[in-house]
Write a protein that binds this ligand. Structure first.
Ligand code: TZP
Ligand code: MG
Length: 204
């Protein structure tokens, strides 16, 4: 189900923590959805990490999403993919992955969200809600009101993202987001399991 805490992996934020390490702790802490995201590594490494995460998410009955790399999503039989505004069109991705797979489209406005729904997306990523340094070339922050605004225009689930942590995740829920997506807050925590558990309690 596209609901709850959604943790995205990032190996650049905390030296020594692999995608699989992060996913393992996030799952242990109760995350419902895991996305592997790496803008730099080679395909072989990405594939090996994705394969490990696929096994773990299956064991935990969680959803596994791959960022950008459609061929890897196919190769490891991930549950779905998250694409940006400048990646392949949603209809093409659907054709490649198969109709039963989940497609998320990153959006930062109502117009983008409506278009994503029209194109057949299964959920949208919405943000950055708050300011963040995790993503380079980010659109400007949308603020919390954007969640309500977007929710009033589309039926598919919304995953709020950007600058979400334990001090504001409750607000993301109050403004109506179906999912709360976090990167640095979990990846950089001293204890990733504990942090994920905390976020989970505050959001659900
Ligand atoms: N897309 C929009 S903001 C963002 C992405 C991938 C990064 C969010 O990272 P953080 O560390 O949770 O602010
Ligand atoms: Mg992309």
């Amino acid at each position: 189900m596209l609901k709850g805490l959604y943790v995205i992996t990032d190996e650049t934020l905390y030296k020594g923590r692999t995608h699989a390490d992060i996913a393992k702790s996030a799952l242990e802490g109760g995350a419902n959805i895991i996305q592997i995201r790496d803008k730099n590594c080679n395909d072989r490494y990405f594939y090996e990490q994705a394969l490990e995460i696929k096994k773990m998410t299956k064991a935990y009955n969680a959803i596994f999403i791959v960022n950008d790399r459609i061929h890897i999503a196919i190769a490891v039989d991930a549950d779905g993919i998250n694409c940006g505004q400048k990646d392949l069109p949603c209809s093409v991705v659907k054709e490649l992955l198969g109709k039963d797979k989940i497609i998320g489209i990153s959006c930062s406005s109502v117009e983008m969200a409506i278009k994503a729904q029209e194109d057949g997306a299964d959920y949208i990523g919405l943000g950055p809600i708050f300011s963040t340094t995790t993503k380079v070339d980010c659109d400007k922050t949308t603020g919390l009101e954007m969640i309500k605004n977007v929710k009033s225009h589309i039926k598919i689930p919304v995953a709020a993202i950007g600058g979400i942590n334990s001090s504001n995740i409750n607000l993301v829920g109050e403004y109506g987001s179906d999912m709360a997506c976090v990167v640095s807050c979990v990846v950089c925590a001293d204890d990733m399991i504990k942090e994920t558990k905390k976020l989970n309690l505050l959001f659900n």
